[in-house]
Design a protein around this ligand. Structure first.
Ligand code: B1M
Length: 686
């Protein structure tokens, strides 16, 4: 077979006329099996020397450089070239140092130029590709080469390092990349996103579009994914009753007309595969081959012929192995067989195959183990991440968590839905955390303006009941304010939200499903709610003393006379004062002068206050079975020294209990406490 040399004409930015860059052109040529690749015409040797490293980055093929004698200019009506033979030959030494292996000249050069280049480079052998970037320029007549990974040898070497003879190419030949006709996409440091949406399975609208030949829809679907950050688009047109070859080719053509990004040709139909590969512009990604002999025998010749990188699925004639070792064995078989077809390992990406966790909880771990093992060997991977969640609810949550785990294990690329915000968040957060997104620049650019949805949405969603049960103090205040603004009466808010919420918390505390910190937070939240209510009640009381009656209570609405004083306290040993505070506000609303002694109040203090204020009524609260005794003690102390009336209340209290301990009255709630006071001060209580 005769060797094939391919040279391209790039502009000074390293672009072909169709927009493909140096790397893309070289990758495509290499993929198609050329024996040497490089530059021809258009540029002078200085510019070619500058662009050569870009070619060298992606291939280990010998590089050709046939530059012009500089850039042409017009002089006296004639086109002349600006670089003379000496200067040209000097520059060609630079070209050689940058990796040029086959040197010549194009427009403006003549045999004098070529002769001088031959003289200057006499005795030099083609540069070892892996070491070129380490070359140090020399001031002597001949180039000296220093090879980084064989520095000792290089130090003793004046012209060519012995390491050159070994020509360790791996450093460059291990770069895995695919391309459309724009810039290539590399598999390596930053994980690659492959948009999965152009696949009719489970997508009725796309099915319809493919059936109708509506390529506009397909293109929009592609663009949407790219806008969301996909690097490559998977294209699948497998639909029963449809001519897959024709449809796939139409889709590839339509997409390549609007976007230069690489496509993943996704089919198991060999005819469709070959036709699509043939018309594809660039170095394609082919999805897929598997470990079955029949698959490899059909797919590898096509991949080799059209220079595709291929996705190798970890399954073979025996199905999908249910161990990581089994899948790695299939991967090895695929890679070895590919090599027999002349396909390099760098052009194989292994898919460990995500199987749903809902049928076997070992499945994710198998994938992660395969990814890790392959990563350790420098083999790139790709995976359809969302398969992990089939059969589960809230799939996005499972998918994004698995995606992050896979990336951490070393997954090189994922076939995923770029329209899923969660998947993208997982991806960009991973890139920021792993250092792939240096300085978190991409992350900040994407999410700097993101709404703080977690808090913003939830704030308005929390009801007062939930806010108290969950102990959210601020939310509790906000929710209460909102209810009051919606014209909910304060007592309704207390009875319908605050008390039921505290009861729920109390029940939980009793059953030991909630604990003291939660009890405290719930109490604080209830207090915040109550503070709002107090503000509103005090405000309206100032305007209209009948506010509480209209607030939904069954109070009589009778006003107190000046000097109608009530002493109020939570008894000794008890600090539950929320209920007591409600009673206080209501009494004050009705114009009573309330002397509030607070909580945990000894009997003597209550007696003292009654005597001091000549109070006709004392209100006592107790909430615990253990503090009922203190309430009884307080009553007895009052009886000994005063003839005040005593009203008791609190969750632990009942009418029967109240009678037993000698109280004059019992009120099950705050409104009943107002009723009692009104009756008493009107003289209706014996
Ligand atoms: Co405590 N706590 N708590 N607690 N706490 C209860 C009372 C409890 C029933 C919870 C449970 O275990 N299920 C339980 C008592 C069990 C028992 O009887 N032995 C209990 C316990 C055990 C405790 C601690 C011992 C916990 C601990 O530390 N291990 C500890 C005790 C501290 C102490 O007092 N020495 C304690 C602490 C606390 C917090 C500090 C965290 C907090 C109180 C904060 C505060 O008040 N500033 C608290 C809370 C919030 C509760 C629950 C969950 C709610 C009480 C409440 O405010 N309810 C409670 C369980 C429950 O009751 N579901 C519980 C809402 C309030 C509006 O109702 O006070 O009944 P209430 O008032 C009503 C009516 O009763 C009436 O009107 C009000 C409005 O309609 N009313 C009167 C009240 N006083 C009145 C007076 C009147 C007339 C009507 O005339 C004068």
């Amino acid at each position: 077979m005769r060797p094939v040399f391919v040279t391209f004409t790039f502009d000074r930015d390293g672009k072909l006329l169709n927009g493909a860059d140096v790397e893309t052109a070289v990758l495509m040529a290499e993929g198609l099996g050329v024996d040497a690749v490089g530059f021809n015409c258009g540029l002078g040797p200085d510019l070619v020397a500058r662009l050569l490293p870009r070619a060298r980055r992606v291939t280990d093929l010998p590089l050709i450089a046939n530059p012009n004698a500089g850039l042409p200019v017009e002089k006296d009506g004639k086109t002349v070239f600006t670089t003379g033979p000496e200067e040209f030959a000097d520059y060609m030494l630079d070209v050689y140092r940058e990796g040029g292996a086959v040197l010549g000249g194009c427009c403006g050069t003549n045999p004098d130029y070529i002769r001088l280049v031959a003289e200057r480079t006499k005795g030099l052998k083609p540069m070892p590709l892996h070491a070129v970037s380490e070359i140090k320029n020399t001031e002597g007549e001949e180039a000296k080469i220093i090879i980084a990974d064989d520095a000792e040898a290089a130090a003793n070497e004046s012209t060519i390092s012995p390491a050159y003879k070994n020509n360790k190419k791996e450093k460059y030949s291990s770069i895995t990349a695919v391309a459309g006709y724009g810039a290539p996409v590399y598999f390596g440091k930053t994980p690659v996103l492959i948009g999965e949406r152009i696949n009719p399975t489970g997508k009725p609208l796309l099915k319809e579009a493919l059936r109708n030949g509506d390529m506009d829809y397909v293109c929009r679907l592609g663009l949407e994914q790219l806008d969301n950050g996909a690097h490559i688009l998977d294209v699948n047109a497998g639909l029963p009753g449809l001519n897959e070859t024709e449809t796939l080719c139409n889709a590839v053509t339509a997409l390549q007309a609007i976007t230069p990004v690489p496509l993943e040709i996704d089919t198991s139909n060999y005819e469709a595969m070959e036709k699509a590969l043939r018309l594809y512009n660039g170095k394609p990604l082919l999805n897929s081959v598997n470990g079955k002999q029949e698959s490899m025998d059909n797919v590898f010749p096509l991949a080799k012929k059209y220079g595709a990188a291929v996705v190798g699925l970890c399954l073979d004639e025996n199905g999908i192995p249910d161990t990581a070792e089994g899948r790695l064995a299939v991967a090895e078989k695929i890679i070895k067989t590919a090599a027999q077809y002349g396909i390099k390992t760098k052009d194989i990406l292994i898919d460990p195959l995500a199987l749903t966790v809902s049928t076997d909880s070992r499945n994710p771990a198998i994938d992660l183990a395969v990814i890790k093992a392959l990563k350790a060997k420098g083999i790139h991977t790709v995976m359809g991440v969302s398969n992990i969640s089939f059969g589960l609810p809230n799939r996005d949550a499972v998918n994004s968590a698995f995606f992050a785990m896979s990336l951490a294990a070393g997954l090189s690329s994922a076939i995923m839905n770029p329209q899923s915000g969660r998947m993208l968040e997982a991806y960009h957060a991973y890139c920021a955390l792993s250092g792939a997104d240096e300085g978190c620049k991409e992350f900040v650019a994407r999410y700097a303006d993101a709404p703080q949805h977690n808090t913003a949405v939830k704030v308005s969603e929390y009801t007062l009941y939930d806010a108290i049960v969950k102990g959210l103090v601020e939310q509790s205040g906000i929710a209460t304010k909102k209810l009051l603004e919606e014209q909910k009466a304060p007592l309704e808010v207390i009875n319908q939200f605050i008390i039921p919420a505290l009861n729920t918390v109390g029940e939980g505390f009793g059953k030991k499903t909630l604990f003291l910190p939660q009890l405290l937070m719930a109490a604080d939240a209830a207090k915040a709610a109550f503070d709002e209510i107090k503000k509103q009640m005090q405000g309206s009381a100032a305007q209209n003393n009948t506010a509480t009656a209209s607030a939904g209570g069954n109070a009589s609405g009778a006003d107190a006379s000046p000097g109608d004083t009530i002493v109020l306290a939570v008894v000794k040993g008890d600090i539950h004062d929320i209920g007591k505070n409600i009673v206080k506000v209501l009494w004050e609303n009705y114009g009573y002068h309330v002397v509030d002694l607070g909580k945990d109040v000894p009997a003597e203090s209550v007696v003292e206050a009654v005597e001091k204020h000549h109070a006709k009524l004392v209100g006592l609260t107790a909430l615990m079975t253990t503090t009922v005794a203190a309430m009884e003690d307080t009553i007895q102390a009052l009886r000994r020294k005063t003839n005040t009336k005593i009203l008791v209340g609190g969750a632990v209290m009942t009418q029967e209990y109240a009678d037993t301990i000698g109280a004059d009255g019992y009120a099950p709630d705050a409104v009943a406490a107002v009723d009692y006071a009104n009756q008493l001060f009107k003289g209706n209580v014996e």
